[in-house]
Write a protein that binds this ligand. Structure first.
Ligand code: C2E
Ligand code: CA
Ligand code: CA
Length: 411
């Protein structure tokens, strides 16, 4: 909170601040040999020494474990470095705990705002990087140096590898079924992107999709996903499994005027009827640029493609706006579904959302259904479609076909 507040006020004043993160070098040994109780006393003593060093305008905090932070208001590099020196000096005199004399060493990482980051997470992360460098080179303190930022390099490597992965077909799609709650029929599947990186192993979409969005790769990625999903839809159809496929669409895609034409071309080349394709667009994506979204959505809707509002309930859309959107479906976000049997507020929200959806003539889907109780409760509330681990996790195409055939024989 303090860090965020300081960053914001400095932004207005066009001034900076510095974050110093300090980690003790041998605290675990002290804890292990003298016990946690004495470890706690030592942490308290260190806290007091730090507090004595700084003024009221600065913040001294314990971040957790043996990590302390000092937030310095209005400093330049020289001041910050001298502060780090004073901290190291202050903890130099031995601590006396239960008659034992203890020597404590520490490493300090320094990051400046705005130079190294203008949001709290980034600033903390960068101070941490600097702190690990200080530890590694046993030199007391270090100022953040982008050269040493592993996150940065990994990020760049991942982006360039992702580009290659898209071009060379190294991504794959998993499919998760959607089930009609009344009939038990499989109404369709959601295609979810997967990436097995040759060096880093499995990278979850929650990590690489944001990178794709930031780096402009989301357009080729989405086209790859659409092509693969429609190819597989065609293949299923040829085997007599005529169900739709849902593809997730990002904000940048929605702002891309070429998207509708590109989709039309893909539908045509795989000979898939447009009503078998559904696009899932998160509520927050639509709200990011409502005007542009509306145009593209109208266009896609006119083509006969189904549209679904994903993560519904998390995006602050207004009812008046929702009513005007040419959508077919809302997917209630899994965070509301998870505790529906335990949390009465969640039950109320879900009930109200289902009624709202139905009043607007929309199909209502619940995602993140993980057990029988939740499934039954949703059936009782009149939900139309469910999706979740309870029915099936996302699985590869071949596995899905087996799953589908086995299920059809049972029902
Ligand atoms: P999403 O669209 O909300 O997808 C649902 C996520 O919930 C999937 O995670 C799925 O594996 C997970 N899930 C399914 N059933 C359950 C359940 O019962 N419990 C819980 N806790 N989770 C369940 P996944 O596959 O890791 O995807 C994460 C997100 O990444 C997706 O969220 C979507 O926003 C994004 N994403 C995935 N593939 C693509 C893609 O091809 N394009 C775009 N733009 N985004 C994608
Ligand atoms: Ca989705
Ligand atoms: Ca979702």
């Amino acid at each position: 909170d303090r860090l965020q507040g300081t960053i914001l006020s400095k932004r207005c004043e066009r001034k900076g601040c510095a974050l110093l993160l300090m980690d003790l070098d041998n605290f675990k040994e002290i804890n292990d040999t003298l016990g946690h109780h004495n470890g706690d006393i030592l942490l308290q003593e260190i806290g007091l020494r730090l507090l004595n060093l700084f003024q009221n305008t600065d913040t001294v905090a314990r971040m957790g474990g043996d990590e302390f932070a000092v937030l310095l208001d209005e400093v330049d590099m020289e001041n910050a470095v001298s502060a780090a020196g004073r901290i190291l000096q202050a903890i130099e005199p031995p601590f006396v705990i239960e008659g034992l004399t203890l020597q404590v060493d520490a490493s300090i990482g320094i990051a400046f705002c705005p130079e190294h980051g203008e949001d709290t997470d980034l600033l903390i992360q960068r101070a941490e990087v600097a702190m690990y460098m200080a530890k590694k080179f046993v030199d007391g303190y270090r100022i953040f140096d982008p050269e040493h930022d592993p996150y940065n390099t990994r990020r760049l490597v991942i982006i360039s590898d992702l580009r290659r992965a898209i071009d060379n077909n190294q991504l794959s799609l998993y499919y998760q079924p959607k089930i009609d709650l009344k009939t038990g029929d499989v109404t369709g599947v959601e295609a979810l992107a997967r990436w097995q990186h040759p060096a880093y192993g499995f990278i979850p979409p929650d990590q690489f999709i944001p990178l794709a969005e930031q780096s402009g790769l989301i357009k080729p990625l989405t086209l790859w996903v659409l092509n693969e999903a429609l190819r597989e839809c065609r293949a299923r159809s040829d085997e007599g499994i005529k169900i739709g496929v849902a593809v997730n669409i990002s904000a940048r895609n929605l702002q891309d005027v070429q998207l509708p034409a590109q989709i039309a071309e893909l539908l045509d080349s795989w000979k898939v009827s447009p009503d078998l394709l559904e696009l899932e667009i998160t509520e927050s994506t639509i709200m990011l640029n409502p005007e542009v979204s509306m145009d593209t959505l109208k266009h896609l809707n006119a083509m006969g493609i189904r549209l679904s509002v994903d993560d519904f309930g998390t995006g602050h859309s207004s009812l008046a706006y929702l009513k005007r959107l040419p959508i077919n479906e809302i997917k209630i976000d899994k965070s509301f579904i998870k505790d529906i049997c335990k949390d009465s507020n969640d039950t109320l929200i879900v009930q109200a959302t289902i009624d709202l959806g139905h009043n607007l003539g929309l199909t209502v889907v619940a995602e993140g259904v993980e057990n029988q109780d939740v499934y039954d409760r949703l059936a009782g509330l009149g939900c139309d479609i469910v999706q979740g681990y309870f029915i099936s996790p996302p699985i590869p195409a071949a596995e899905f076909k087996k799953w589908f055939k086995a299920r059809v024989t049972v029902y």
